[in-house]
Design a protein around this ligand. Structure first.
Ligand code: TYD
Ligand code: MG
Length: 459
């Protein structure tokens, strides 16, 4: 056995260095080098023996002239989960590696176990985090298996691939990549070199056998997938599962997709018996009040390519203490300050002596600029204590000089508002190019400046 080798690895980019350094020379990040024992053995022959047929198959690969490559070879496994199909760009591509990241407890294991149960093919579900009984209990909660689903509680990547060789599954699910260990790496599970080595091995296996692999990845406190960025470069698809733990909605976002668009988004609701797909998000995100209250307005937003009508609520009250409070949930606080400044300067509406609280209903976070107009309307409505009718919605960005700017894909937003039975939508005057107003039942109001909104709504 070769002698133990220690290196310093950058936790951001995976760069190696024999010595510790304050700054990574490759990515420029500070204080990212961590010491790791990497190699128990450098013996490539031994490695080849353990990992399935690597050398043999490698030799067989020859360069091919581009026109001679058969197109249309990407076969997709279409899952029963429509939202998952959507974010994957139409289904699971054979031989692809899909990484799912997300906060602990958000529902990553539930999502994939549910997939394993409902997809009628042979699946190997590997868990390094839970025992067989725990998985069984969870499986009983979310449904009865329609598939040939093998559960394996093992963390050695060589052993996992050994079992996969015997079972020959159509899909492998790994929960999670941070629990896996390679026999060639000394350091602890979840360390950079372990994650990198196991990720590499799985990728090689997926490409050679054409079996797609799902991997769950933990995220660090900044929200990035733990381990080197390298893992994200290695895989074909990176999905992010997010949501507020206090609410039941979960959003599955595509961060990277080699086989489809990254604008797609899947929406789920966590229920007592697992995750439920939400095909019409607007219908549940709008709170259905009996009486109309001031400070609430509806924005026609776009999440990825999906139109979604969401409710914004503002509360403007007299400040009790010297410095007025500004608080915002689901919306950028600095953007709120900017909108308040625009209202102050361009419309002469003063919030200086008021506390301002803003909330996006349903625990949704959105950075769509089209929210601006709805938020401005909600702020004025709360300040003046005049309610906005519940059949009105808004889509427009507010500029620094108080102008209402055009937003992208306005037709989609109008269509969705129309479909949900809204009677009026406010959009920018500059957004009407190519818009055929007659094809909608909804009345389209165009405005150019914030003060026009004030007049249209409250006078
Ligand atoms: P889990 O999938 O274990 O999260 P992760 O793998 O991302 O850490 O999800 C755990 C949470 O989901 C837990 O708080 C309980 C909740 N849950 C439900 O509400 N309903 C269910 O049917 C299941 C299985 C879990
Ligand atoms: Mg889990």
């Amino acid at each position: 056995m070769a002698k133990v080798k220690k290196v310093f690895i950058c936790s951001n980019c995976g760069e190696n260095s024999p010595k510790w350094a304050g700054k990574c020379t490759a990515c420029g990040e500070w204080d990212t080098f961590q010491e790791e024992i990497i190699a128990k053995s450098d013996n490539r022959e031994e490695k080849k023996k353990i990992y399935r047929g690597t050398a043999k198959k490698r030799d067989a690969v020859k360069p091919v002239i581009l026109p001679n490559i058969q197109a249309g070879n990407t076969q997709r496994i279409v899952t029963p989960d429509e939202e998952l199909n959507r974010v994957l760009g139409g289904g699971i591509v054979n031989g692809s590696i899909i990484l799912i990241g997300g906060q602990p407890g958000i529902g990553k294991s539930t999502l994939l176990l549910q997939l394993a149960i409902n997809l009628p093919i042979c699946i190997l579900y590997v868990s390094g985090e839970e025992s067989e009984e725990q998985i069984k209990m969870r499986a009983d909660r979310v449904g009865s298996p329609a598939s040939e689903c093998y559960i394996l509680t093992e963390t050695g990547v060589d052993k996992i691939l050994g079992h996969a060789d015997k079972i020959e599954p159509d899909l492998i699910i790994i929960d999670s990549i941070q629990t896996l260990t390679s026999p060639f790496i000394e350091s602890a599970p979840g360390s950079i070199s372990q994650v990198r080595e196991c990720g590499n091995e799985l990728q090689r296996y997926a490409k050679e056998t054409n079996i797609p692999i799902f991997m769950i990845g933990h995220i660090n406190k900044d929200g990035a997938i733990a381990g080197p960025k390298l893992l994200e470069h290695l895989v074909d698809v990176v999905l992010q599962f997010e949501g507020d733990r206090n609410y039941t909605y979960r959003i599955l976002r595509t961060v990277k997709n080699r086989f489809g668009s990254t604008n797609e988004l899947g929406i789920y609701e966590m229920q007592a018996d697992g995750l439920r797909e939400v095909p019409n998000p607007s219908e549940i995100l709008l709170s259905h009040h009996e009486e109309i209250l001031s400070g609430s307005s509806i924005a026609a937003t776009l999440e990825g390519l999906r139109p979604m009508l969401i409710e914004t609520q503002a509360l403007v009250s007299t400040a009790v203490y010297g410095t007025p409070q500004r608080s915002s949930t689901g919306f950028d606080l600095r953007r709120l300050s900017m909108l308040l400044a625009v209202l102050e300067k361009r419309c002469g509406i003063h919030f200086g002596a008021n506390d301002v609280f803003l909330n996006i209903v349903g625990g949704i976070k959105s950075d769509d600029p089209a929210l601006d107009l709805a938020i401005v309307a909600a702020l004025i409505s709360s300040l003046e204590d005049v309610a906005i009718p519940s059949n009105v919605c808004f889509a427009g960005e507010v500029g620094l000089s108080g102008e209402i700017r055009a937003v992208n894909r306005v037709e989609k937003r109008i269509q969705e508002a129309d479909r949900l039975g809204f009677e009026q939508i406010f959009i920018s005057r500059y957004n009407t190019k190519g818009l055929d107003e007659n094809q909608y039942n909804i009345q389209i109001n165009t405005i150019g400046k914030v003060d026009e909104l004030f007049e249209a709504l409250f006078q």
